[in-house]
Design a protein around this ligand. Sequence first.
Ligand code: BG6
Length: 247
Amino acid sequence: MNDRSDAMPVPVLRNLRAVVFDTDGVITDSARVHAAAWKTAFDSYLAEHPPPAPEQRRPFDVRDDYLRHVDGRSRLDGAAAFLASRGLHPPPETVRAVAEAKEELFSARLREQGMDAYPGTVRLVHALRRAGIRCAAASASRHARELLDRAAVLGLFDVLVDGVEAARLGLPGKPRPDLFLDAARRLGVPAGRAAVVEDAVAGVEAGRNGGFALVVGVAREPGPEAGQRLLRHGADIVVRDLAELLA
Ligand SMILES: O=P(O)(O)OC[C@H]1O[C@@H](O)[C@H](O)[C@@H](O)[C@@H]1O
């Protein structure tokens, strides 16, 4: 995707030397594919293993439950976090089985559907690059490279730290900041001169915990709740679309 405009990043970004972008839901329109696959896997588990309290038995909500418990976390961490939110603490092999069911569904949907990058994100990345600000993609997902490649934006990023790398290096997941700090380190920029862009609660917390100069929350949902939650958990500013950060 080309961006021939001469738009510049807004002033708050211009003093930075790097921006680290989360991938699912920030660069690629893949969060909804993850959320739909998680829903099928979780709802079938909840039906077979009803939680103790009646109010914990409602189906997985692709917006609220996804953003609160699953988004941004590694496959196993997300599965365990959602089940724990419903009072369920199954053994690790059961958590793994739920996560594997989701993985099969996700991979199948990925094969069937194309993948798009958000145009506003692509425009911002082009503008940052024109301004000499380096860009990295980071993700807890083992599919991040494939997603960026399918959306034809892999080449826009100087660095990618994905779930495969995180596992190889033993990096702890969000809200620990290690994934983002590793991306900044590979760009040769200290966190204090870099921004993190995130749509997940655990992700903005990771940016805050890492001492990044700026944490940008992305709340694409209509209504103020998701944005307010990101602000409460560490975002400095919240946008609905990253093109809002173009001057
Ligand atoms: O199972 P994968 O592709 O490694 O992804 C792990 C997690 O990666 C995160 O980026 C997504 O927000 C989660 O929805 C997903 O579960």
